[in-house]
Design a binder for this molecule. Structure first.
Ligand SMILES: Cc1cc2nc3c(=O)[nH]c(=O)nc-3n(C[C@H](O)[C@H](O)[C@H](O)COP(=O)(O)OP(=O)(O)OC[C@H]3O[C@@H](n4cnc5c(N)ncnc54)[C@H](O)[C@@H]3O)c2cc1C
Ligand code: FES
Length: 281
């Protein structure tokens, strides 16, 4: 991504309004956002993020978890983790906020064509992957086998429950859900997402692995995929770092030599591996 100049309009927040608000879990909502005054939302690549600013509270990076081109909206799925995200999760329909973006490099959909895909999401790692999954399903014949593993702490922490049920029923995709702990009415697995990798069906030589979630989970997924014979360069992880400018100026999001906002958030594993081993990078 080219670094914008300081008078570039792409870094100026635009006013958006919350059109719909869907409660996903006890601490997570999806907000459907449209520009104040109407008009289309800019195109985005699955895996990109926007900077959202509930007025007076600050600004945070939030992935685009969906879009509706016909209705001109962006969806963002937000978990209340602190001051700004808490304000976002409380915004009612009709509230306005600032939005700038989209920013960053997303999932490598083009190079994944004709490959098998192993997609692993942990916790709130599913929202940044959902636009890519929808894109793959809309062009299903262009990809090989698709295995998706989604892990959460408990069944009540799973987001997008009705869409997950539809994905689980498809016969051109294997979608597995696993949780750390569950009651007797749970339909999925119990255990770590990595436990599902040894028997996932893919041809390691022609597979891409995409993972999004806690860093410790993504590192374990990468190691499990490599153990199955997937080349490290075919593994992509979506990184989270504290962001300020989101366009490669301030260095807040630096991870080793990479700026997560500009070079990522989706980065190939070989660029991350030396730094994932080092705490506090
Ligand atoms: C590219 C990108 C995409 C993201 N997508 C989403 C998303 O789709 N949905 C969502 O809910 N959140 C997402 N986040 C995380 C979100 O930006 C942070 O939770 C948010 O910045 C926290 O701000 P706060 O003021 O609410 O909380 P704070 O009070 O600033 O922080 C709350 C806690 O979260 C930690 N924290 C803050 N920012 C980050 C961060 N970037 N990475 C890891 N830990 C952090 C803090 O150390 C603290 O422990 C994304 C972050 C990035 C970089
Ligand atoms: S957030 Fe400023 S360089 Fe990435």
């Amino acid at each position: 991504m080219a670094i914008p100049s300081r008078d570039d309009v792409s870094i100026v927040p635009r006013p958006f309004v919350v059109r719909d608000r869907v409660v996903e879990t006890g601490d997570t909502v999806s907000l459907d956002l449209v520009p104040v005054g109407g008009g289309p939302v800019p195109e985005f690549a699955p895996g990109q993020f926007n900077m959202l600013s509930p007025f007076g509270a600050g600004e945070v990076a939030i992935s685009i978890s969906g879009s509706d081109e016909e209705r001109g909206s962006w969806t963002h799925t937000v978990r209340s983790a602190g001051k700004v995200t808490d304000r976002l999760t409380r915004l009612p329909p009709g509230a306005t906020l600032g939005v700038r973006g989209p920013y960053g490099v997303g999932w490598p959909l083009a190079s994944a064509r004709d490959h098998d895909l192993l997609i692993v999401a942990g916790g709130l790692g599913l929202p940044p992957l959902r636009p890519a999954i929808r894109r793959i399903l809309a062009h299903r014949t262009e990809y090989g086998r698709v295995e998706i593993v989604y892990g959460a702490r408990t069944p009540s922490d799973l987001v997008f429950s009705s869409e997950i049920q539809r994905w689980r029923l498809r016969d051109d995709l294997r979608f597995q859900t696993t949780v750390d702990a569950a009651g007797r009415d749970w339909y999925g697995d119990v255990g770590l997402v990595t436990a599902r990798i040894p028997d996932a069906r893919f041809d390691p030589a022609r597979t891409q692995v995409w993972a999004c979630g806690p860093e410790i989970m993504m590192k374990a997924v990468a190691q499990a995929a490599i153990a199955r014979g997937v080349p490290p360069a075919a593994i992509y992880l979506s990184m989270e770092r504290n962001m300020k400018c989101a366009v490669g100026w301030c260095g807040h999001c630096q991870f080793g030599p990479e700026f997560v906002c500009r070079d990522g958030p989706v980065l190939p594993y070989p660029a991350l591996a030396p730094w994932l081993a080092v705490r506090e990078v």
